[in-house]
Design a protein around this ligand. Structure first.
Ligand code: ADP
Length: 332
């Protein structure tokens, strides 16, 4: 079933200053007067907004004469939670935030065709038809992970698009490693922990022969999933299962976005070597015996490197080298 519940679609420049003020003064009382003067809004408007935030799950105390105090935030990826961090330059300048959606990548494609700008973020608490590669399904249960897509309009040739997958993988692995989790990148698009899948990346591109129209980078990170069932039980894991405690999704999300901007800017400046270097340091594919199952053939050999375009280089048993652009890799 594909249900779509949009909570809000907004530009960063129209962010809700009242919520931001409360977030930045968490645990402190701020008076209605102070809010009203600083933000140039009426007391009635403030009261209305506060009620709206409470409905979203923000715990806000209101005490006569003292004012409002934000006690706790709900575990939701509400756009202001991202905007309160002022370091991001282009990612999330516009955010579409859903409670539920079919697939963030599918939505991003439509929005990109409609002209939404570079850096637009599509976030959902849940996907009912989350996608993996080749039409496979990505399980995205409500509030358990980070399910997002980014619209990019890079100045790259279509053959360079795989570089963006590497940027996303590096950003994702680095954000997770900040928690002290030794995850690794499996070429081309998975983040593994002890051989189990913790996160996946799905890059989709719309291009002409010589230029890219847009790229959609989809990212799914299993954060607080307590139990996987069926086939996932043996192949998937989550940050919760590794840390044995709940993990703050907002922090991982913001760290990921920052890392993504950092490495994406290297790519934009023609400094892809730095991305490659980091990717190589974080990967668990190079040096391994692998079997690649492609659309038309299977290849076995040693994955000995990736090239400047992000293609995997395999040395087969007969000594010949194959350059792999896509396919399913099983590590031996
Ligand atoms: P891969 O790159 O590993 O071939 P895909 O990118 O195609 O995988 O992702 C889809 C596959 O990932 C599914 O077929 C399923 O086996 C697995 N999968 C689905 N949902 C999840 C999840 N939340 N966490 C980990 N693995 C998942």
């Amino acid at each position: 079933m594909e249900e779509e519940i949009l909570i809000k679609a907004q530009d960063k420049k129209n962010k809700n200053e009242i919520l931001l003020y409360l977030l930045n003064n968490k645990g402190k009382y701020v008076s209605g007067e102070e809010l009203s003067e600083k933000l140039n809004v009426t007391r009635t408007a403030i009261w209305k907004h506060i009620n709206g935030f409470k409905k979203l799950g923000y715990e806000i105390d209101s005490v006569p004469r003292l004012g409002y105090c934000l006690k706790s935030s709900p575990d939701i990826l509400y756009p202001e939670e991202i905007w309160k961090d002022e370091e991001l330059k282009f990612l999330g300048n516009k955010i579409y935030y859903y409670e539920s959606i079919g697939s963030t990548n599918e939505k991003a494609k439509i929005l990109a065709i409609n002209g939404e700008p570079h850096g637009t973020l599509i976030l959902s608490e849940k996907q009912t038809m989350g996608k993996g590669r080749m039409g496979r399904k990505w399980e995205s249960p409500k509030n358990e992970g980070i399910w997002l897509s980014i619209i990019l309009r890079p100045n790259l040739s279509p053959e360079e698009a795989p570089k963006i997958t590497l940027v996303a993988a590096v950003a994702c692995a680095r954000a997770i490693r900040k928690l002290g989790i030794n995850c690794a990148i499996k070429w081309p698009n998975d983040i593994l922990y002890e051989e189990k899948k913790l996160a996946g990346i799905l890059t989709e591109i719309s291009a002409e022969i010589d230029r890219i129209n847009h790229v959609i980078v989809g990212v799914g990170i299993n954060v607080n999933t307590k139990k996987f069932t069926g086939e996932l039980e043996s192949i998937a894991t989550s940050l919760y299962l590794i840390k044995e405690e709940p993990v703050d999704r907002k922090k991982i999300l913001i760290d990921f976005l920052k890392e993504f901007e950092y490495f994406y800017s290297k790519l934009e400046k023609g400094n892809f070597q730095d991305v490659l270097k980091e990717w190589k340091a974080l990967n668990c594919t190079i040096g391994r015996n692998v079997k690649i199952i492609g659309k038309t053939k299977e290849i076995e050999g040693i994955a000995f490197d990736i090239d400047g375009f992000g293609a995997l280089l395999i040395r087969k048993n007969d000594g010949s080298v194959e350059r792999i652009l896509s396919g399913d890799v099983s590590l031996r």
